[in-house]
Write a protein that binds this ligand. Structure first.
Ligand SMILES: [Zn+2]
Length: 338
């Protein structure tokens, strides 16, 4: 009887060790466990035009292109929709008007990357913190358990993010949108001192966000992406076809990211494909976003195999076989009466 008692204690101990690690195993199927997408509204190619020391230190060893192609028309909803859904704006059909009043759910066409992550990772922590409310309301689905936060200013958005990192929040996928650079573009024009000041201030906030993630340990196994939805016309505003309005920065850093200039032809919508790829999730057939061919190094290996036998799973299977065997050779009473 003592032997059986000891066996049962061992079983309980082994299960208690294995179960949390087993759950952790569902965090990602790819090379990264966390993807952060920092969207800077209206910043276009400006990150390459001004003194931006935080951008340089964060992406200096990463992959960057300042003039990736944005969607036409160069309007916010059209572009954030493409960045988050990985399809053209003609396909998703979002406009500033139709994203302001309608809540979107997962029975709609053209899912966002949050939907595809949730489909494969039921336990994933998903988060979207925005200054421009339309993104959380009309683009990212409302029924996926995404932690959605709206704040009325960029400093409040940055405070919110840093507060989450301070308490150890490590999301699988986080999207952030900041708006003050776009406001400056509308107010002053794209090639003005007011716009430059806004970009330099954005660079300080970029440093705060990155350092907040880093100090919480969240950058380990993380892919960090900066993307713009459009630039600003020299005379102010956007929506037209000027080079300044169409050109969008995409910058990426992570442990398997090559130190390269992203290929000509890279689009801001490609961020959707990059995020899914990093987490090891196959993109849906209708998604036209692609992963730039020089972005990841050789060591970036994907595992779409969901039933990969890890050590933890092996232990659980072994325990199952052991208990089954013990039930055959022992009387049931031996297990129950301890
Ligand atoms: Zn915009």
């Amino acid at each position: 009887m003592k032997k059986i008692t000891a066996i049962l204690i061992c079983v309980v101990l082994l299960l208690s060790c294995s179960v949390p690690a087993f759950a952790e195993d569902t965090d990602s199927f790819g090379a990264y466990k966390h993807v952060y997408i920092i969207g800077w509204d209206g910043s276009g190619a400006a990150w390459g035009n001004y003194d931006t020391p935080n951008f340089d230190r964060i992406f200096g060893s990463g992959a960057v292109r300042y003039n990736c192609q944005g969607e036409l028309p160069t309007i916010s909803a059209q572009n954030w929709g493409s960045i988050l859904c990985g399809v053209s704006c003609d396909t998703h059909g979002f406009t500033n008007d139709n994203t302001s009043g309608t809540v979107r759910n997962s029975d709609s066409d053209n899912g966002s990357i949050f939907r595809f992550v949730r489909n494969e990772m039921p336990k994933a922590k998903l988060c979207s913190i925005v200054h421009w409310h339309n993104i959380n309301k009309g683009i990212i689905e409302n029924d996926l358990g995404v932690k959605k936060i709206w704040r009325q200013s960029d400093p409040m958005v940055v405070d919110e993010i840093c507060g989450l990192f301070n308490i150890g929040y490590k999301p699988t996928l986080m999207f952030v949108q900041l708006d003050d650079v776009d406001h400056a573009g509308h107010s002053y024009g794209g090639q003005t001192q007011g716009y430059e000041d806004a970009v330099k201030n954005a660079d300080k906030q970029l440093g705060m966000i990155f350092d907040g993630i880093n100090s919480s340990g969240g950058m380990e196994d993380a892919l960090f992406i900066l993307v713009a939805d459009h630039g600003e016309a020299n005379g102010g505003g956007h929506g037209g076809n000027s080079v300044e309005e169409q050109s969008c920065t995409v910058a990426i850093t992570g442990k398997t990211v090559n130190n390269v200039t992203l290929p000509e032809g890279t689009r801001n919508r490609d961020v959707a494909a990059i995020a899914l790829y990093a987490l090891g999730i196959e993109q849906p057939d209708n998604m036209t976003a692609t992963v730039p061919n020089n972005l990841f190094g050789q060591e970036h290996e994907l595992s779409f195999e969901k039933d990969e036998l890890t050590f933890d799973k092996f232990c659980v299977k072994l325990l199952y076989l052991f208990v089954k065997f013990a039930n055959i050779v022992c009387s049931p009473w031996d297990f129950i009466v301890v």
